[in-house]
Write a protein that binds this ligand. Structure first.
Ligand SMILES: [Zn+2]
Length: 229
């Protein structure tokens, strides 16, 4: 039997090499394509502040006046308030909310209270509704801010903690600045007074949150850490 001619052998060898070359080139292109898509996706994703501010969790006992225990299904916004009680501390406001369980004076509470020194107390878990923002209690996180006088202006420590807390919460819930509102924007209540009297200061606050996220946010995926509530 006649063996395969040298020419034919060369052709087969060439064919095999060509096959490998095509597979190799395709693999490289797929890899580059995938990497590019990943890169573009990462660059287009919003920055997220992963580090929460220091928060003292002092959950109020469930009661119908300040912690109704109603599930907060989906968070669509963050509502900023002022306590309207000049000079009082975050702890005093927390204790007032907690005391409503006994005093039955009114129905009121807030997820967070930021004090005159910038300290933050959390009264209600984030997956439960607070009594703070009228018809937006059902889909927002509420933040009360302490202030030193009737103008309702915040100390810089309170302001800075508010910027950090809002920046972190925006990342937690995938919200942008449109979702951050004043109590005033819910029902026209003069709250938080200073930001109602000075809308340009409210705009500056939103801008400061944006700058904070730009500076301290990251596009890296979240580390698998314990979820803060
Ligand atoms: Zn309010």
């Amino acid at each position: 039997m006649k063996g395969i001619s040298k020419n034919k052998r060369n052709n087969i060898l060439f064919g095999i090499l060509l096959g490998f070359a095509i597979i190799g080139v395709c693999t490289v292109f797929l890899f580059i394509g995938r990497t590019t898509v990943d890169f573009v996706e990462t660059m287009l994703s919003p920055k997220i502040v992963r580090t929460a501010p220091e928060i003292s969790k002092q959950f109020i006992d469930p009661n119908e006046y300040s912690r109704p225990g109603i599930k907060l299904e989906k968070v669509k916004g963050i509502v900023v308030h002022y306590t309207a009680n000049p000079g009082t501390s975050a702890q005093q406001n927390h204790d007032y909310f907690a005391g409503l369980a006994i005093s039955h004076e009114t129905k009121a509470s807030s997820h967070y209270i930021i004090g005159l020194d910038g300290e933050i107390i959390q009264c209600i878990p984030r997956d439960e509704q607070a009594y703070a923002s009228n018809n937006r209690n059902s889909d927002t996180i509420s933040i009360e801010c302490c202030h030193f006088d009737d103008t309702g202006e915040f100390y810089v420590q309170t302001y800075d903690s508010l910027v950090h807390l809002v920046a972190w919460l925006e990342g937690k819930y995938g919200l942008d600045e449109e979702a951050v509102i004043r109590h005033y924007d819910v029902n026209g209540k003069i709250c938080p007074k200073y930001f109602v009297d000075h809308p340009e200061e409210w705009d500056r606050f939103l801008e400061d949150v944006k700058l904070y996220i730009e500076e301290y946010g990251t596009r890296e995926p979240a580390e698998k850490s314990k979820e803060e509530e």
